[in-house]
Design a protein around this ligand. Structure first.
Ligand SMILES: [Fe+2]
Length: 372
């Protein structure tokens, strides 16, 4: 196993010897460039694992991912452990993984589309990279209500969903905390660029970057806000629950619990954690202050305006991996025009929780990674 003791600290020093990868900061986003030798090592290693396991979500690969991940280049491992431990930046972009436009084949028109056999080795290898990186931050998980419980999602524009507030739309995707309505939302969201010829930006803003008036801060830290589930969860759950024979099934339970969050959302705070460096839970399109609470409304509007003003864009090109700390940053996407000809923007996505155990009531077995 590689030595993993090199963990760059927030001041740029490593805990023990070694040097951090080439890195720069830009607002909320920290950029790290893999050197070519490290990128080549990752490519070879992930292709070997992909060939051995056949799928990026094969149980044996997922079970061993944290062990496999420690054989990634030491400097990358250190950077990821540092992100987790020191929370040095709300978002990190790791650039340099080689992704060949020819090898991955055309951008799918639907996340359900089957890959052509010739494209499987490269696609699987790139997904393995995502899974290994994710496993250094926590455990990969999925929702039964999203992409049929798949653990690695394809984020592609779909002709039937152009106007949806989801990864499959092409209208402006308003920035948000990922699955902000749900107490079991992810700690990290990972997006790996496969193709982005039009340089469509993913947008990010970190809560650290914004100045919040102390009076507003106090209000925002109180449970005076309601966040309802987004349409993607609700639509898919309704469609699937209709197919279930009874609401007493596991699927029915999932539907029931998310429907309850829609009908009777529990008031939540927008800011939580340490008052000097708060975490954030916000999704303006699907949230409001409690009815009649003008003070909360005003504080929310002020924070929304500040985050909006601090939003920065990152166009994820092939091989660019964006990691968003879902407690410290919001993310969205600019509007774009899709061609639906196999050349559109295409990202791979995984969700990571730091503690899978917390969701045990929503999973059928301790090792099960899909929340019902
Ligand atoms: Fe999102």
């Amino acid at each position: 196993m590689e030595d993993v003791s090199t963990v760059p600290r927030p001041d740029g020093e490593a805990t023990t010897g070694g040097t951090a990868p080439e890195s720069t900061g830009s607002g909320s986003i920290r950029y790290v460039d893999l050197d070519p030798a490290d990128a080549a090592q990752i490519d070879t290693y992930t292709r070997t694992l992909a060939a051995r396991h056949g799928s990026s979500t094969a149980p044996a690969l997922l079970d061993g991912a944290a062990t496999y991940a420690h054989r990634l280049p030491e400097r990358l491992v250190g950077e990821l452990l540092s992100l987790r431990l020191f929370e040095r930046s709300p978002a990190l972009v790791v650039r340099g993984l080689p992704v060949s436009d020819d090898e991955i084949g055309p951008t799918p028109l639907d996340w359900r589309e089957q890959a052509r056999p010739a494209t499987v080795p490269a696609r699987t290898a790139h997904e393995v990279y995502l899974v290994l990186v994710a496993s250094l931050l926590g455990d990969v998980f999925g929702w039964s209500s999203l992409q049929n419980g798949k653990l690695v999602h394809d984020v592609v524009p779909m002709p039937t969903e152009e106007r949806e507030q989801s990864g499959h739309g092409t209208v402006l995707l308003e920035w948000h905390t990922e699955d902000g309505f749900h107490p079991l939302r992810c700690d990290y969201l990972l997006l790996l660029g496969m193709r982005n010829h039009d340089a469509v930006p993913t947008t990010v803003a970190g809560v650290d970057e914004v100045r919040i008036d102390p009076a507003h801060r106090e209000v925002l830290a109180q449970p005076r806000f309601l966040i309802r589930p987004d349409n993607e969860h609700l639509n898919r759950l309704r469609a699937r629950a209709e197919g279930a024979t009874a609401m007493g099934t596991a699927m029915g339970m999932g539907m029931h619990s998310i429907q309850r969050m829609q009908d009777e959302p529990e008031p939540s705070a927008v800011l939580f954690g340490h008052p000097d460096a708060p975490y954030l839970r916000i999704d303006p399109v699907f949230m409001s202050a409690l009815p009649g609470d003008r003070e909360a409304e005003e504080a929310l509007a002020a924070l929304v305006g500040s985050l909006e003003a601090n939003l920065c864009g990152v166009a994820l090109g092939p091989g660019d991996l964006l990691i968003v700390d879902n407690y410290r940053a919001v993310h969205g996407r600019s509007a774009f025009r899709a061609r639906y000809d196999g050349t559109d923007r295409w990202l791979k996505k995984v969700l990571v929780t730091r503690d899978l155990r917390k969701s045990r009531a929503h999973r059928s077995a301790p090792h099960e990674r899909v929340l019902l």
